[in-house]
Design a protein around this ligand. Sequence first.
Ligand code: SF4
Length: 335
Amino acid sequence: MADKGEVILKVKNVSKVFSSKGINVRAVTNVSFDVKKGETIGIVGESGCGKTTLGRCIVRAIEASEGEVLYKTLEGREVNFLTLDKKQMKPIRKEIQMIFQDPYSSLDPRMTVLDIVAEPIRANYPKMPKKEREELVKDIAEKVGLNTTYLMRYPHAFSGGQRQRIGIARALILKPQVIVCDEAVSALDVSIQAQIINLLKDLQREMDLTYIFISHDLSVVEHISDKVGVMYLGRMVEFGETEKLFSSPRHPYTEALLSAVPVADPDVKMERIPLQGEIPNPANPPSGCYFHTRCRYCTKKCTEVAPELTEVDGRMVACHRAEELSLRGFDYSKM
Ligand code: SF4
């Protein structure tokens, strides 16, 4: 098994192109980053930026068009998760799980909670005796804070927060190493969001979990992530340690997103940096820097030449002006 802090997942140049009626849409383009054991990587960006597609490619809920996901298994072997065939995949699939966005539609309404949480065990260990299976379900239900006397009930009898706990229990039942959380708290009330985030953090410590946490909500991502990747129109535009990226962003898109984070103090007036226009059509992206149509620092070069992701001030940034611009970060003193 990998040690804490060791790289266990390398996402390398992952791209996804959707094709329909002769039109190609690049949802994700050449995204790369490393994930260390026990770490949480947050992926943020506006709706349609490709973050969910990226997460789905990593767990192979959909197939990536290009790239590699090099994964160090619990046994210590390195495999390219994206090229495993069905037979090779079976023992490794249980090590990488996903928690879905919508706790209302991701649970089968005709199954009891016991059956929903036990389903991955039945698929992977069909010969496990029923009693042993049910004991495992009870154990994990307790861990995620579900009342075990209600396991024979159906999902509709539970609140949104409880349903998300059921989804978390289902993802954890096979003792995975990596979990991709896709907008895992977005559908919940703010107070319930905090409970689920705290639960995920507790479980991470207790079960040595590694998270890729996808969200459009920067305050949630800031709270849970060690590192953050900011995506725009399918590309990673900035990637680095959370505090550094939040306090001193180097990409104008990160700056604009941070300016929209609400501050819980009615006396503090935040100056919001409005993003001009709509997110461009990914089937017909702009020339040069994809962000140039909305960027207040745009120059002629930006409209012609696409910036490469390069290291600036201890993080990776894709902006021609990353070195010279002094951008406004998130002011922690206002929290
Ligand atoms: Fe803005 Fe130019 Fe940087 Fe793109 S490369 S983010 S347009 S300054």
